[in-house]
Design a protein around this ligand. Structure first.
Ligand SMILES: NC(=O)C1=CN([C@@H]2O[C@H](COP(=O)(O)OP(=O)(O)OC[C@H]3O[C@@H](n4cnc5c(N)ncnc54)[C@H](O)[C@@H]3O)[C@@H](O)[C@H]2O)C=CC1
Ligand SMILES: O=C(O)[C@@H]1CCC=N1
Length: 276
């Protein structure tokens, strides 16, 4: 990825778990450290190491940052901090600077209220697999974001995975519940499978190794194959065999689909609350 494709420097405000995952992904894909500027008073150690390694400008004064004319300012602090942090970033508001917020819940109108109605703003919902170039991000823009700006934001986010523009902002809460939080559901499934394996008599370390490799392998098949998930599932399920016995439990009335709907509804509702 070169400066040209993104249109100018990228400023990252908050380099924690998600901001750091994005930064990691961009650097791995060739964004030069000279094109990144980070503001974070307490970045985690592994991110601080990357900042030093790549000679990334850290915590410049706001005036110095404004003078660099960042093309994209990516807002990656906790949603609860937006009201404190965003007003201090107002000096960065300028034609041609796009603010990209990845905060769960905070609406375009809420962001405009904090940055000014003239600000060019995109709401994005990425996920942490962006760190390994396998993220997925949903996007929605306010009225000031033109086609060239959308192209640059798409380039930045699709550098670390897939990027999809949404038809309506309302969908962002559902996206947050599905793909934003989703990696955690899968990691928890690994924990649950390993725990169950240990209860069935496997050494805990062996159970975890098998669970991790199984989920990673299944994920890779989903990535590489054009087949629907249902077909991949059917290919494992021998009639009258072991998988069928397990799926009778998982796909029963009180099974995973119902549990997932309840879990994702809770995430969707929390996303709505965070915006209030
Ligand atoms: N963790 C995830 O999987 C995802 C998180 N998000 C969103 O990303 C945002 C950040 O979440 P996480 O990375 O999980 O949180 P985090 O707590 O890991 O990162 C937040 C970072 O902001 C920094 N920070 C605090 N005050 C600051 C300030 N005044 N200026 C600049 N930086 C400051 C903190 O030091 C920390 O490194 C949230 O808005 C969340 O909704 C979105 C998608 C996925
Ligand atoms: O848990 C959260 O609120 C953030 C948003 C999506 C994933 N992590």
């Amino acid at each position: 990825m070169s400066e040209l494709e993104v249109g100018g420097p990228v400023a990252l405000i908050g380099a924690g778990k998600m901001g750091g995952a994005l930064m990691d992904g961009w650097l791995a894909l060739g964004l030069p450290g000279s094109q990144l500027i980070v503001r974070d008073p307490a970045a985690p150690p592994e991110i601080s190491r990357l900042i030093v390694e790549h000679g990334i400008s850290l915590n410049p004064e706001i005036e110095a940052l404004a003078a660099r004319r960042p093309r994209i300012v990516l807002l990656a602090v906790k949603p609860q901090m937006f009201a404190d942090v965003l007003p201090s970033l107002k000096p960065l508001v300028a034609p041609g600077t796009i603010f990209v917020s990845i905060a769960a819940g905070i609406s375009l109108a809420g962001l405009e209220a904090l940055l000014g109605a003239e600000a060019e703003i995109v709401r994005a919902m990425p996920n942490t697999p962006s760190a390994v170039g396998r993220g997925v991000t949903a996007l929605i823009a306010n009225a000031h974001v033109d086609a060239a700006a959308k192209t640059h934001v798409t380039a930045l986010m699709s550098a670390v995975g897939e990027a999809h523009w949404l038809a309506s902002e309302e969908l962002m809460d559902a996206v947050t519940a599905l793909s934003g939080s989703g990696p955690a559901y899968i990691f928890h499934m690994v924990e649950a499978m390993a725990e169950a394996g240990a209860k069935l008599g496997l050494e805990p370390d062996m159970a975890m190794a098998l669970a991790r490799a199984t989920v990673a392998g299944a994920g890779e098949m989903l990535h590489r194959s054009q087949l629907p998930a249902a077909k991949l599932r059917q290919n494992v399920t021998s009639p009258g065999g072991t998988t069928e016995a397990a799926l009778k439990v998982l796909m029963g009335e009180e099974g995973l689909a119902r549990l997932m709907e309840a879990a994702m509804t809770a995430a969707r509702d929390r996303s709505r609350e965070l915006g209030n």
